[in-house]
Design a protein around this ligand. Structure first.
Ligand code: CDP
Length: 241
């Protein structure tokens, strides 16, 4: 398919400005059986995150006497792709995303408070539209908070990409497909640290610096919505809903 025009008169294919996020809604505590859970609807992405634990590590010989093991599984439902030939199931990409999410949460969770245990995080993509790793990790952070698991910070992120020569925030599927590069970033605003940084394509040093500035700036908006989701859960519980 021919590359569409992605930026016209400063507006993106869906009418957004370069710094605008897609519509973003987060709901905490959507599953009754999980210790913590969250649903994120970000653009056309719909992703469920569930947390189980901390519970006794299994198998026992894998138990770490000093901290909790963090396991993270990312998967795409077979019906999740808007692409005609999208593939789901456990493939190399899913394994990679599970691994990078695990690293993020090993650095965010206070694992030393739970020796010999494991914390299991599942990220289930029900509908995908670009940026699922970022959206999934953002939802999983809310699910961990919902499970009452102590963390250094409530982490979140956004994907910054270069499309038609311009850096844009929150890359959607057409921009991912036809843009020249994208950088998924997860940050901790409290410590000003980058917990995930991946780069697909090529960018100059200056562009990477600008992309990081954009990520930190927009993470503030994402964080407010995460906190609101957690507060709303308790309002709904109190009202008996
Ligand atoms: O989702 P994310 O941007 O983190 O990862 P990606 O590997 O850059 O994939 C970009 C998008 O391609 C996903 O969000 C999906 O919409 C789509 N995709 C798909 O439909 N089927 C796959 N097997 C892989 C990706």
């Amino acid at each position: 398919m021919e590359k569409p025009v992605l930026i016209r008169n400063g507006k993106r294919n869906d009418g957004r400005g370069v710094m605008d996020l897609r519509p973003l809604k987060i709901t905490a505590g959507v599953l009754k059986k999980a210790d913590g859970s969250a649903m994120i609807e970000w653009g056309k992405n719909k992703i469920l995150a569930a947390v189980y634990g901390p519970r006794e590590a299994f198998p026992k010989h894998m138990a770490n006497p000093n901290r909790a093991n963090v396991n993270c599984k990312y998967s795409m439902a077979p019906f999740s792709s808007l692409e005609e030939h999208g593939r789901s199931g456990p493939n190399r990409r899913a394994i990679e995303i599970g691994k990078v999410a695990k690293h993020v949460f090993e650095n965010a969770i206070l694992t030393n408070q739970f020796p010999k245990t494991q914390i299991d995080i599942s990220i289930e993509v029900l509908q995908s539209d670009g940026g699922t790793r970022i959206a999934g990790i953002t939802a999983a952070a809310v699910a961990l908070a919902d499970a009452g698991i102590p963390m250094r910070d409530l982490v979140q992120g956004v994907s910054v990409g270069k499309v038609d020569g311009v850096l844009v925030v929150d890359v959607d599927k057409p921009e991912d497909n036809y843009g020249t590069s994208d950088i998924p970033v997860i940050v901790s605003l409290r410590s000003n640290e980058i917990l995930l940084f991946q780069l697909d394509g090529m960018l100059s040093k200056k562009e990477v610096e600008t992309a990081l500035d954009y990520s930190f700036e927009t993470a503030k908006t994402v964080r407010e919505l995460q906190i609101e989701a957690l507060k709303n859960k308790y309002v709904l519980e109190e009202s008996g809903a």
